[in-house]
Design a protein around this ligand. Sequence first.
Ligand code: ATP
Ligand code: MG
Length: 247
Amino acid sequence: MYAGAMKDKRSDSRLVLEKVSHSYGAVPVLNDLNLVVDPGEVVVLVGPSGCGKTTILNLLSGYIEPVSGTVRREGIIRTVYQQDGLFPWLTVSENIAIGLRSVEDPARREKELLDLIALIRLEGFEHHYPHQLSGGMRQRVELARVLAGDSDILLMDEPFSALDYQGRLRMRWELVRLLEKRPHTVVFVTHDIEEAAQLADRVLVLSNRPATISRELHIEALRPRDLTDPAVIGAMKEILKELGLQV
Ligand SMILES: Nc1ncnc2c1ncn2[C@@H]1O[C@H](COP(=O)(O)OP(=O)(O)OP(=O)(O)O)[C@@H](O)[C@H]1O
Ligand SMILES: [Mg+2]
């Protein structure tokens, strides 16, 4: 059944890691990691460079298999990688349409494509190629691509880190707005603690490799959250403390 185009429900997709260990050759990266991401939840992973965040996303997506332990996923997963994931030889419309291949009815596919382009406010740029867009516009296309069709789960690996500060702030609003319209279960990796505090239902602070969860922080405040929201500032303080970065 095709339910993606007008999907207006909470995502019902869960992600589970059970006692997952992983290593690359002799390098242990994860050791008995347990993680449950609830349907519709936005979980943000922060932690030192090289601790295993991308590895966790690759295990969740099924791109790599763990050395031991169990990974369970329900639903269709789309990934935003650390590097730009758009095809440079395809236009904005063609890049987004890749996410719509499972939609069989051409009229419905066309409508969904127009809806998505309106959603990311890129009307008039449908036939532009990625190199003709700004970094922020490219990231909006990237969001439309992963939200298109039947996807339930988004795995996002530092998706906004290449943007300047204001660009990052704008993309956070954009993501919150899009998730409001099209709920997904999200695992989001960032080095930016402000971003973590603004976006997350739950922040997991990871230790150095082999990564363990050193702190779990629930943030109850409604989104969108202003940077000066006491819940955001409180969460940032807690994360900084856990990372040993607070004076
Ligand atoms: N394909 C691979 N082969 C060998 N080692 C790898 C491979 N991928 C990652 N590693 C190693 O595993 C560790 C964890 O890497 P990972 O990419 O998961 O870290 P990360 O937390 O995402 O780091 P960053 O914040 O810099 O993106 C690093 O020490 C890295 O060198
Ligand atoms: Mg990484």
